[in-house]
Design a protein around this ligand. Structure first.
Ligand code: NAP
Length: 239
């Protein structure tokens, strides 16, 4: 029976690349999306996966997504907590509504999905949880204070949960990407992107596939003795 990998926020960007990579490795990918239904269904069709709509910040919607996954695939082996948003601007000008949204999606969304898959993984005494943080969660970014704080929370969450779930045979790890060429960075000017590239020792910005490769490794048995770790995939931007 094929293993199942749920990837949140897989309708585009990093999640989409992860869905194709995991399918290539024999997983049935569950393509979670929130607004981009047609894109998610196309990916599901091309990968032999399943597209399921759920706002990760809504725990009822998440529980329904997990129930549907079990109904359609019979198992859950991997959870990639990838769905996320960024909010840019000086800290004092970010509204309470923006603040709540970034926290609800990036942090609460990760908690909701994890809580919902845990009973299945604990029952099997196996599973891989892969959380997507950011290098800004490691080092902090000016004008992205809320985003940086939410991604730092994901690092703390990974380390603590790895200790809690290790005895249940579940690996919990985290990837901290550098600057990756996805829609998330569309608001940056060409000059800013060029400056970020120039600051990267490997002299290029990341592709979604660079992160998908790291996800693929952490989802595989090759990483079976790795847990609680933060894997930087950033071209050397922060070392
Ligand atoms: P992206 O291209 O903007 O894609 C974001 C994905 O998240 C979309 O599939 C979107 O789904 C989904 N999403 C947003 N809100 C959601 C919600 N409430 N419920 C379910 N899904 C939701 O972003 P990306 O660059 O691939 O980012 C993916 C992850 O990597 C994020 O956690 C981000 O913080 C992290 N990251 C990105 C970079 C970078 O430079 N790009 C760097 C470091 C970390 P719909 O479109 O269907 O709504």
């Amino acid at each position: 029976m094929s293993k199942t990998a749920i990837i949140t926020g897989a309708s585009k960007g990093i999640g989409k690349a992860a869905a194709y990579k995991l399918a290539e490795n024999g997983f049935i990918p569950v393509i979670n999306y929130h607004t981009h239904k047609a894109e998610a269904e196309k990916i599901a069709c091309e990968t032999g996966g399943v597209a399921i709509c759920a706002d990760v910040s809504d725990s009822t919607a998440v529980n329904n997504m997990i129930k549907e996954t079990i109904k359609k695939t019979g198992r859950i082996d991997v959870l990639v907590n990838n769905a996320g948003i960024s909010v840019s601007g000086l800290f004092m000008y970010i509204t309470p509504e923006q603040e709540e949204l970034v926290w609800k999606i990036n942090v609460q969304g990760t908690f909701n999905c994890t809580r919902s898959v845990m009973p299945f993984m604990i029952n099997e005494k196996s599973g891989k949880i892969i959380n997507i943080s950011s290098m800004w969660g490691q080092t902090g970014a000016s004008c992205e204070v809320h985003y940086s704080a939410s991604k730092a929370a994901i690092i703390g969450f990974t380390k603590a949960l790895a200790k809690e779930l290790g005895p249940s045979g579940i690996n919990v790890n985290c990837i901290a990407p550098g600057v990756i060429l996805t829609d998330m960075n569309n608001s940056y000017s060409k000059e800013t992107m060029e400056a970020l590239k120039n600051e990267t020792p490997l002299e290029r910005l990341g592709k979604p596939e660079d992160i998908a490769e790291a996800i693929s490794f952490l989802a595989s048995e090759k990483s079976s003795f790795i847990t609680g770790q933060i894997l930087g995939v950033n071209g050397g931007f922060i070392i």
